[in-house]
Write a protein that binds this ligand. Structure first.
Ligand SMILES: Nc1ncnc2c1ncn2[C@@H]1O[C@H](COP(=O)(O)OP(=O)(O)OP(=O)(O)O)[C@@H](O)[C@H]1O
Ligand SMILES: [Mg+2]
Length: 607
């Protein structure tokens, strides 16, 4: 993923456009005619409100003219005054109506973006997630949604209405006066906007400095208080005061600079507006003197200028916040454009399992280019057979399991299930046919029952209880006062390693897949529990093709095929009897473990 830091300005602008396009797709959802209607109604309200609002000065002018001494009829222009009030009221009502109608659209868009992101994150490869911090990801989403809210509301409720109003005012000015009036108004607005953007851009660095200094001072203070005892041990209070004060001084001067630059912005803006207003007033006044314009016209010109510049007052703030909102959204949408590393081939079909014969055909794999993890690995697990993988830590046993589950694609060779290359079938179909009891089980922060049911959502209570029984965990659950409803804590940390492992076994039993992968499924269990569970596992794996990664060789003596992996290569393969007879690597591992067991048995006897 390209980082935002080294993005050139043009890249950034391109990103903004891309972001806007993605966003507008969410604001105009093709499948939701009702939301599209809402957008139209909101826009009608928005334009309507502006139309009424630019008409107000015209009414105002009529009132002023009616009161002019020239031909005063001494009749209060009541109708005009009442319509003035009604016009003001209706702009407010239309504005509220617009918000009321539109809120559903913007909330729906936010929901859509959040859901899409969530889906996309699940779609991305394991590698992406191992490389990223989950906390960082959720912050990106949160910030982007806030930015989206801001950008949407200011675009629609501040910038767009002001632009519409500007166009309308310029049209009215050229209708009631002459072409010079809209030119002066338009140029003033353009100069004002340009000035605001330039100065705000310049001011950003003071604000950044201010924020940096602020967090620096905070960090110092917290660190100092955390080290309270250390400070006392060395009587270094004065040193601490000086350090904290130095940080505060940095903040102070940054804040002063920021405030000073704000004043420059405000004074500059006011100067531009005043200059524009003066020029326009001068033109209108000369018109009145020459008898071409009425007093009402003079008042109207002034009112338009004021009405137009009022919303522009916030422009600096809006610009800054919009910019930040866009950057936050860009980050999110950039994330959405990260392609998943493992992808379904176009028009790939579901895996059709018939027996579940697994074939690794000269498979070569590396997580990173610099180190080959699996080197020319070939083996076959016939339908229904159990294949065991043994070997030292780091030799690539779990990697074989991950490739079979298609968390990664191998760089060389092919992996086939019942003759179908994993790359040519959908990932979902592969995964639904394989049950995995992983080496390290992580549980959802919910109840034990929920975590077991996760194997097959919707399973009945009897089925869950049966799976728990098969996994030898029903006794433990029965002892708990809350039973299946007992919470397991974050990541399952309230359970012991062995209990977690048995929950993982139970949910895989519930999933009931034709192919099983057991990656050291019983490594965290004591010998006694392991033996009990081993019977269940043997029973479960009967009739299913099973890949077992095992540390204790005694658990795999009955396997149809044993692969000895070392440094990513298969150094030996055969049945237990064959490998023992071959007197190679497996033989020595076996003897070593046998000896250990004998010693343990002797120790038990002595004790
Ligand atoms: N995501 C990853 N990125 C880079 N290297 C990895 C990754 N996962 C594993 N490795 C490396 O690949 C090698 C094989 O790892 P693997 O997990 O397959 O070993 P293992 O045989 O299962 O070991 P153990 O018996 O300790 O579980 C190790 O050297 C490991 O450091
Ligand atoms: Mg492993």
């Amino acid at each position: 993923m390209r980082s935002m830091i080294d993005a050139t300005p043009t890249d950034e602008e391109q990103n903004h456009w891309q972001t806007l396009r993605t966003l507008s797709g969410h604001l105009w959802p093709g499948d939701r005619k009702d939301l599209q209607l809402r957008v139209i109604v909101a826009l009608v309200c928005l334009v309507g409100a502006r139309l009424v609002s630019v008409y107000i000065p015209v009414i105002y002018k009529d009132a002023v003219d009616a009161l002019s001494p020239k031909d005063m009829a001494l009749v209060l222009p009541l109708a005009v005054i009442v319509s003035y009030g009604l016009a003001r009221l209706s702009t407010t009502i239309l504005g509220e109506l617009r918000d009321f109608v539109f809120v559903r659209v913007s909330q729906h868009a936010q929901r859509g973006v959040a859901l899409n992101t969530f889906k996309h994150l699940h779609h991305l490869s394991l590698r992406f997630h191992l490389d990223r911090q989950t906390g960082g990801l959720s912050r990106v989403i949160e910030r982007a949604l806030r930015g989206m809210q801001f950008v949407l509301s200011f675009m629609l409720f501040n910038i767009l209405p002001t632009m519409i109003e500007l166009v309308l005012v310029m049209a009215i000015l050229s209708y009631y006066f002459d072409y010079r009036y809209p030119i002066v108004t338009g140029s003033t607005v353009v100069i004002y906007i340009a000035f605001t953007f330039i100065v705000t851009e310049w001011r950003l660095k003071f604000r950044k400095e201010m924020n940096d200094k602020d967090s620096a001072a905070n960090t110092k203070a917290i660190d100092s208080l955390l080290n309270f005892e250390t400070v006392k041990y060395f009587s270094n209070e004065n040193h601490e005061y000086a350090r904290y004060d130095a940080s505060l001084a940095g903040y102070e001067s940054a804040a002063v600079k920021s405030q000073r630059s704000l004043s420059i912005l405000n004074v500059g803006q006011a100067t531009i507006i005043s200059a524009g207003v003066v020029i326009l007033m001068y033109m209108a006044a000369s018109g009145v003197v020459a008898g071409d314009l009425s007093i009402g016209d003079f008042v109207m010109a002034n009112t338009y200028m004021m009405q137009l510049f009022m919303p522009l007052n916030f422009l600096g703030f809006v610009y800054r916040e919009m910019k930040r909102g866009f950057i936050d959204m860009d980050k999110l949408f950039e994330l959405l454009h990260v392609d998943a590393e493992v992808q379904d081939a176009p028009e790939s079909e579901g895996l059709a399992v018939d027996g579940g014969r697994i074939e690794f055909d000269h498979v070569t794999f590396a997580y990173n280019d610099d180190r080959t993890i699996l080197d020319d690995v070939s083996f076959v697990a016939e339908a229904g057979q159990t294949v065991a993988i043994v070997g030292p830590s780091g030799s690539g046993k779990s990697t074989v399991a991950r490739l079979l589950f298609r968390f990664y694609d191998p760089q060389g060779g092919a992996i086939r299930i019942d003759g179908q290359d994993l790359k040519s079938v959908t990932q979902a179909s592969v995964r639904s046919n394989i049950g995995v009891v992983p080496q390290d089980t992580v549980l959802f922060n919910d109840s034990i029952g929920y975590n077991i049911e996760y194997g097959r959502p919707g399973a009945s209570e009897e089925e869950i209880a049966h799976a728990a029984k098969m996994a030898q965990i029903q006794g433990f659950i029965a002892d708990l006062s809350e039973g299946f409803d007992t919470p397991v804590g974050e990541r399952g940390l309230k359970l012991s390693g062995g209990e977690k492992q048995r929950v993982a076994i139970a949910r895989t039993i519930l999933k009931d897949p034709p192919i099983l992968i057991l990656d050291e499924a019983t490594s965290a269990l004591d010998t006694h529990t392991e033996q009990e569970i081993q019977q269940s596992l043997d029973e479960v794996s009967r009739g299913r093709t099973t890949v077992v990664v095992a540390h204790r060789l005694s658990t795999i003596v009955d396997a149809d095929l044993i692969l000895v992996l070392d440094g990513g290569r298969i150094v030996e393969q055969g049945t237990h009897a064959e490998l023992v007879a071959a007197a190679g690597a497996y033989f020595s591992m076996w003897h070593q473990q046998q000896r250990v067991q004998e010693v343990q048995a002797q120790l038990r006897e002595i004790a």
